[in-house]
Design a binder for this molecule. Structure first.
Ligand SMILES: *Cc1c(COP(=O)(O)O)cnc(C)c1O
Length: 440
């Protein structure tokens, strides 16, 4: 890695140069676009971000689960440089090129299930989700889409409707797309019922509210991301998947955040041997370049008429070169194992801290997708204020952590899977001290 993997604080965070840029920003960038930590980045590599003030921050967010292979991974940068020198764009819908095919071949090989698959490439997660819904409706001839409490699927009009949380994602931005139905999600920390029991309730709601034969697809994050790193109780996903198969409903896994080694397997569905009909991927797929995909059963995907799918930039050759490099890095460096190793370090430490600290309601997640949920001590009431204070202290100490959750009361860690373990230890130490400081 081209930058020293160490935390170095030369100024307060954010420093004077970042603060100056932040002021300039207010006059030119739309205020609806926010930044978790307004530290302006000059350079990044592996698990560190170097800012414009000469500080080096520990990255425990990976740009929201994107730089799984580390920032500016050589396996990504070199092929992108090469590709940029060859050609930058032709539009796959005008004159195609080989690396688009190679990405689709990799997706077919890596995603769950050994059936015949086809993929289509897009630019963002939301665009992939939009297309998965579009494909499911056309392939089934049905319109309804079932989604879950706490779900997050994006910020475009259709994906806002699919997303659960009102503020900041939806409030005032309607009207929303029709034919979206929301059902309960298994949330083990707040619901003692088994996965099968919650799945039964979800299915009963569908049957009562609209009838299975109206449903094109059930769309689900196998571990919810923005909604709070909620991992459903065992049995929930398989029961939903079985019901889909029995009723001609497509099971669509949104693995945009969980995919590409994050949870300790290539895809989170593998944990319970669930094989989705369609799977959406983005974030971790291309080491930081914008790329997304819908991958699915060949009979479903190929039911789309010619020219019905696509987009000017979808499967851009630079993004495809990046994806092939990132996937090679994931394979060669065994990043599913690296994600498990991160979890093996983080979970025992955070669970030990939770022991006897009744502000910590739950420590959960899988692999390198790690969440800590905070409540007002002695209650189950979410405590977003203390969560924000803990995050802020981490930021001031040069450790990038993110928050999430319907109630904004979850600290989430998504470290680059290649992170140096000394750096990880140091970042966790800062988080632990911040938790102790604010929950004492
Ligand atoms: C981030 C995310 C999306 C949206 O992806 P964008 O690239 O931001 O459009 C959709 N689904 C899940 C599960 C996500 O985490």
């Amino acid at each position: 890695m081209s930058l020293p993997q160490a935390r170095v604080l030369r100024t307060e965070i954010p420093g004077p140069c970042s603060r100056e840029l932040q002021q300039r920003r207010a006059a030119t960038v739309a205020s609806g676009v926010s930044s978790v930590l307004p530290v302006y980045v000059a350079e990044a590599a592996g698990g560190v971000l170097h800012d414009v003030d000469g500080n080096s921050l520990i990255d425990l967010g990976s740009g929201i689960a994107v730089t799984n292979v580390g920032n500016s991974a050589p396996e990504v940068v070199d092929p992108v440089r090469r590709q940029a020198g060859e050609f930058t764009h032709t539009c796959f819908m005008v004159t195609p090129y080989e690396n688009y095919l190679q990405v689709c071949e990799e997706l077919a090989a890596l995603t769950p299930g050994d059936h015949d698959k086809r993929s289509a490439l897009f630019n963002s997660g939301a665009e992939a989700v939009e297309n998965a819904v579009k494909i499911a409706r056309r392939a089934t001839g049905r319109q309804a889409v079932v989604v879950f409490d706490h779900a997050y699927h994006g910020r475009t009009n259709l994906t806002m409707a699919l997303t659960a949380k009102s503020v900041p994602y939806k409030h005032g931005f309607g009207p929303f797309a029709p034919e979206i139905y929301r059902v309960p999600m298994s949330y083990p920390a707040r619901d003692a019922r088994s996965g099968e029991q919650v799945a039964r309730e979800a299915v009963e709601r569908i049957d009562k509210q609209l009838g299975a034969d109206s449903v094109a697809a059930v769309l689900i994050e196998p571990v919810q991301g923005e909604g709070g790193f909620i991992e459903p109780a065992p049995g929930f996903l398989p029961a939903i998947s079985r019901w889909c198969t029995d009723n001609g409903v497509l099971f669509v896994a949104d693995e945009i955040q969980t995919g590409f080694c994050r949870t300790g397997s290539w895809f989170a569905c593998e944990h319970e041997n669930v094989v989705p009909d369609l799977i959406t991927t983005a974030k971790g797929i291309a080491g930081g370049l914008p790329l997304a995909a819908v991958t699915g059963r060949a009979d479903i995907m190929d039911a789309m008429p010619p020219s019905s799918l696509g987009g000017t930039y979808g499967g851009n050759p630079l993004a495809c070169a990046a994806a092939l490099g990132a996937i090679r890095a994931m394979r060669e460096r065994d990043l599913p194992a690296a994600a498990r190793a991160i979890g093996d370090v983080a979970f025992p430490r955070l669970r030990a801290l939770a022991d006897g600290n009744d502000a910590i309601f739950d420590v959960r997640g899988r692999g390198a997708m790690i969440g800590v949920e905070f409540v007002k001590p002695g209650t189950t009431d979410p405590d977003p204020e203390v969560t924000a204070r803990i995050a802020k202290t981490c930021h001031q100490q040069g450790v990038v952590v993110l928050t999430c959750g319907t109630y904004g009361n979850v600290i989430r860690l998504l470290p680059p899977l290649v992170i140096d373990h000394a750096l990880l230890d140091e970042g966790l130490g800062v988080l632990e001290s911040a938790i102790v400081e604010h929950t004492r």
